[in-house]
Design a protein around this ligand. Structure first.
Ligand code: ADP
Length: 171
């Protein structure tokens, strides 16, 4: 059985991520989407919220599993029996860092390969940070965020934005 791992922050998951998940799920027997938890980063959505949103938007994909980890990715993949790391490439700017990470992961775990899928044309410019920024304006997130989670994502972005404005006024 070929098991692939799709790691990321997914803060929050976007239609660009979902497109990669659907394509990777059709290539491998099993795909584990893993929220990589970074203690040094302060995410907008908690680990459990991110996992929950990914579960909801991938519920139509039978061979997709959702998990979270703060382990080294190469070690996580080894523990899960994964043979491939899936990455999405949006532009040349993604490439240098991803190429370096792929070589490091292979150094740590020689059984591990990295497969790059090119972003779908419509989602080339899309990232979670673009969603977090756009969401502070009165525009629909419909082109960027899966329908099942739009209300929750929009509400959180607004409340965080409001809080920041209030904090700014107090200082
Ligand atoms: P970001 O915060 O930039 O959206 P993540 O860490 O959540 O990034 O992304 C996880 C993986 O998904 C990375 O391999 C990233 O290159 C890829 N990815 C992110 N957005 C897209 C997109 N719009 N199309 C294709 N791949 C994407």
């Amino acid at each position: 059985m070929k098991i692939a791992i799709y790691p990321g922050s997914f803060d929050p998951i976007t239609k660009g991520h979902l497109n990669i998940i659907e394509r990777a799920a059709s290539i491998f027997d099993r795909l584990i989407v893993c929220v990589m938890v970074n203690a040094e980063k302060q995410p907008m959505f908690s680990r459990a919220e991110r996992e929950n949103m990914i579960r909801r938007v991938t519920s139509h994909l039978q061979n997709v599993e959702v998990d979270a980890s703060d382990e080294l990715l190469a070690e996580y993949a080894r523990r899960k029996g994964g043979c491939v790391i899936v990455k999405g490439l949006r532009a040349v700017s993604d490439f240098e860092h991803e190429f370096q990470m792929a070589l490091i992961n292979r150094n740590i775990n020689p059984q591990l390969d990295t497969m790059f899928l090119t972003a779908e044309h419509d989602y080339m410019y899309l990232s979670s940070s673009v969603v977090r920024e756009l969401g502070t304006y009165p525009v629909s997130l419909d082109p960027y965020v899966p329908a099942e989670i739009i209300d929750e994502v929009t509400a959180r972005i607004h409340s965080v934005h409001e809080r920041r404005i209030q904090d700014g006024k107090q200082h």
